[in-house]
Design a protein. Structure first.
Length: 114
């Protein structure tokens, strides 16, 4: 059973930073495009960043210039560095395979508030 385990969330003040990490158990991790998603209360889940097997990245306009996605294929992890956080970034953050998603993990809560 493929598992996704997200970590690194927390409470941070506006302008602060957090680094999220996701551990994935699917074999051949390095071959897959991985994404970070978020779901705010009352809203649909949205893709905020993804990274291809070759390392190309893409970001939602709302986080461009503030978030950086990276991957470590040796450790089967994908990370999200979040800087200059805003209250509107408050959400539960999830990772998943973009083209062949599996069951969602529990996610990690990010709360941006003063």
């Amino acid at each position: 059973q493929v598992q996704l385990v997200e970590s690194g969330g927390g409470l941070v003040q506006p302008g602060g930073s957090l680094r999220l990490s996701c551990a994935a158990s699917r074999s051949g991790f390095r071959l897959y495009t991985m994404g970070w998603y978020r779901q705010a209360p009352g809203k649909q889940r949205e893709l905020v960043a993804h990274i291809t097997s070759g390392g190309s990245t893409n970001y939602a306009d709302s986080v461009k210039g503030r978030f950086t996605i990276s991957r470590d294929n040796a450790k089967n992890t994908v990370n999200l560095q979040m800087n200059s956080l805003k209250p509107e970034d408050t959400a539960v953050y999830y990772c998943n395979y973009v083209q062949r998603p599996v069951e969602w993990g529990q996610g990690t809560q990010v709360t941006v508030s003063s």
